[in-house]
Write a protein that binds this ligand. Structure first.
Ligand SMILES: [Zn+2]
Ligand SMILES: [Zn+2]
Length: 201
């Protein structure tokens, strides 16, 4: 069942694990997290509910809405893991397991987690999201995208800014403003025309 395509089972395992984490986080960020912040309600109502502890939300809660948000965020990782079983079954499973561990760990700021200096250095080199970083996303939902890797933060924010700029609601607002300006100009032109006409006519 375990097909080894990369020579050694160890290398295959590590490659499969890394693909699950890196590609899984990409897919989850751009196909779930960003769309939820743009158009969704579920993630904002659950993950960004300020009234309740987010440790409770991310880890302890059994509310169907919270679980659904977690599950939908995890679907991309699971899909990538299934695909990665052709490289290594244990590696794919390990990737999912580490991903789940990271969910719990990144929500421990509330419990008093403080990353040691060496870990901060490693995280800055590898792009790993620290609990302190993810805490930033809970404080300000407009920043710190990328659940496991911070290199997805900038592209995610750019995508949101771009989507907002082209969103129909925004386009409608711009069109309305243009129409109002045109109407105002039209009315002014009409007034000017009448004034010019009135002495003779
Ligand atoms: Zn969170
Ligand atoms: Zn979010």
């Amino acid at each position: 069942m375990n097909s080894i395509v990369l020579g050694s089972p160890l290398i295959s395992g590590v490659v499969a694990m890394l693909i699950v984490l890196v590609v899984g986080d990409f897919a989850s960020t751009f196909f779930y997290h960003v769309p939820q912040h743009m158009w969704g309600k579920l993630h904002l109502r659950t993950h960004h509910d300020r009234r309740r502890s987010y440790w409770d939300h991310a880890v302890l809660s059994r509310s169907p809405e919270v679980l659904l948000d977690g599950l939908l965020g995890a679907v991309p990782y699971i899909a990538i893991a299934v695909a990665c079983t052709v490289i290594s079954v244990p590696g794919a499973i390990l990737g999912l397991f580490l991903g789940q561990m990271h969910v719990w760990w990144r929500h421990t700021t509330e419990l008093g987690w403080k990353s040691p200096a060496w870990l901060v250095r490693v995280a800055r080199m590898t792009g790993l999201v620290l609990p302190e970083d993810h805490n930033g996303h809970h404080i300000n939902p407009e920043i710190e995208f990328g659940d496991i890797f911070r290199f997805y933060d900038a592209p995610a924010r750019n995508t949101i800014a771009w989507l907002r700029a082209i969103s129909p609601r925004r386009r409608r607002a711009v069109a309305l403003r243009v129409m109002r300006i045109r109407n105002r100009r039209g009315a002014a032109a009409l007034r000017a025309l009448k004034q010019r006409k009135s002495p003779t006519g």
